[in-house]
Design a protein around this ligand. Sequence first.
Ligand SMILES: [Zn+2]
Length: 211
Amino acid sequence: MVFLWAFALGHANWTCRAGGDISEAPPTYTVTGATLAQVALGFNQIDGNRVSAGQTVWQDTMVYEISYDVKVDASGSFTVTATPRKVKITVQFVVTLPIWNPNDLNNADAAARNEWFRFLAALEAHENGHVNILKNANYKAYTTRISNVAASRSSAKSLDDAKQDATVAINSQAAQIRKQMEMDLQTQSDAYDSKTNHGATQGAILNTSIR
Ligand SMILES: [Zn+2]
């Protein structure tokens, strides 16, 4: 009996957004073949390196404004304190699932068709588990952390220099928190794949011995 594993790719970037929208696109790809064994050969077209039937990828973007507080001391030196505000994190994800070419599907035996639809439902349920991790993440915690960042930089020469240095510092700290968020999401996704054996415990394995 040949088992095919439903892998989800969890290595893409994520996006989150504090209380914001999550956009979703449902792409599919078509597999062909008269039998399930032939159909399964098409799974690797969404990932050339391994046999994958479904896939969930995500991407995050982060935007914020920076407010600046400027002070000039008695010697004429500028100190700029920069703080992020209106921090917004957006996560977009895409779930890809296979479609069995309708002609082949119609010509297949009932047992094979039933196995296909059983498998597809289980695969979708597995991918939805990845999606739920993205949907349920506490993005507010990360945007709050970023909002609480502050950086002060001074320049005896120019306000612009101080402002630029403070901006660089803010962007660096915000990027670190964003990276931490991405790692946290990845860790959760990996744990989910470990727990479900990439969907195997949820039935997301196509039994290609059925004809
Ligand atoms: Zn998975």
